[in-house]
Design a protein around this ligand. Structure first.
Ligand SMILES: NC(=O)c1ccc[n+]([C@@H]2O[C@H](COP(=O)([O-])OP(=O)(O)OC[C@H]3O[C@@H](n4cnc5c(N)ncnc54)[C@H](OP(=O)(O)O)[C@@H]3O)[C@@H](O)[C@H]2O)c1
Length: 269
């Protein structure tokens, strides 16, 4: 199969993760990929590191591409080059811009053959992300395969109805921050219990990593795995009693709801 040419507008952290993932997975050759950035430096660096073609001329960049990955900051969409409407005509446009809905994207890319919205999270940088995504119109089999290959470069993916993307922004997009906060709290608990800082830090991080891998490997629900750790009147039971009394679950539910409400607010433009 001849790989379609993919152009990246914006070559920062996320675009770089996608490019590296596509090359590592063997989904594309460097010659299939081109990109530009606002000042050129990030695109030139990515080109030097991966073999992608740096093409600062937007018309040339998009003229040679079948698929366009839009990967600049969401705030930059308002000032996007008006030529994009014509230059993306007939192309598959994939946006990773947080909070920019398909109706808004359609104003900037009105003649694209289809529009796809990705909502990844930061572990995508090491191929361990999870992306919620949706398309404006049903994807052709060829476009679906192409979209899947780009999703695979970032980790796991779930196709959802667009209204779910606000909750996915909260759970998946902001989720790593909540997990890092949890790890920091575990570390601080270890410190309070008398552990040296380096040991508390290592045990907090490795315990979360190991528990997450066990969860993924077994496919068992978290409550079952939790119960396997608990013995009557033991140490885990003593800790879980405090978590319940301090309303740990309610706190995290409210955390996700607050982040979802904020995602809804930010998506309204
Ligand atoms: N990082 C993540 O894990 C993650 C997760 C979910 C969603 N996203 C989304 O991914 C997008 C990019 O995030 P990021 O973390 O990769 O940002 P980033 O590292 O700051 O990269 C932004 C890139 O966009 C370029 N750029 C800015 N304005 C531009 C313009 N007008 N035309 C062309 N290129 C332009 C920048 O160019 P210069 O370097 O030349 O300034 C840079 O290459 C955002 O929309 C964000 O919502 C990211």
């Amino acid at each position: 199969m001849v790989a379609p040419k993919i152009a990246f507008i914006g070559t920062g952290h996320l675009a770089s993760a996608i490019v590296r993932g596509l090359l590592t997975n063997g989904a594309c050759a460097p010659a299939d990929l081109a990109g530009t950035s606002k000042h050129g430096a990030s695109a030139q660096k990515l080109a030097a590191e991966t073999g992608l073609t740096f093409e600062p001329d937007l018309a040339k960049l998009l003229g040679g591409a079948d698929t366009v990955v839009v990967a600049f900051k969401p705030q930059a969409l308002a000032a996007a080059d008006p030529r994009l409407a014509d230059l993306t005509a007939g192309k598959l446009v994939i946006s990773v811009l947080a909070g920019k809905r398909l109706t808004r994207l359609a104003q900037v890319f009105p003649r694209a053959r289809n529009l796809v919205r990705f909502l990844p999270n930061t572990p995508a940088a090491i191929g361990a992300g999870i992306t919620g995504w949706c398309a404006a119109a049903p994807l052709s089999p060829a476009d679906r395969a192409l979209v899947q290959s780009i999703l695979d470069a970032m980790g796991a993916a779930v196709e959802v109805a667009e209204p779910h993307l606000d909750a996915i922004t909260a759970l998946g997009g902001s989720g790593p921050a909540f997990v890092f906060e949890f790890v920091a709290a575990l570390r601080d608990g270890g410190l309070a219990a008398g552990l040296p800082p380096e040991i508390a830090k290592k045990f907090a991080a490795e315990t979360v990593l190991g528990a997450a891998r066990l969860l993924a490997r077994t496919g068992t629900d978290p409550e079952t795995l939790r119960t396997q750790v608990v013995s009557p009147n033991g140490t885990t039971a003593a800790g879980l009693q405090v978590m319940a009394a301090r309303q740990f679950r309610e706190t995290l539910r409210d955390t996700i709801l607050a982040a979802t409400r904020r995602a809804e607010e930010l998506s309204r433009d």
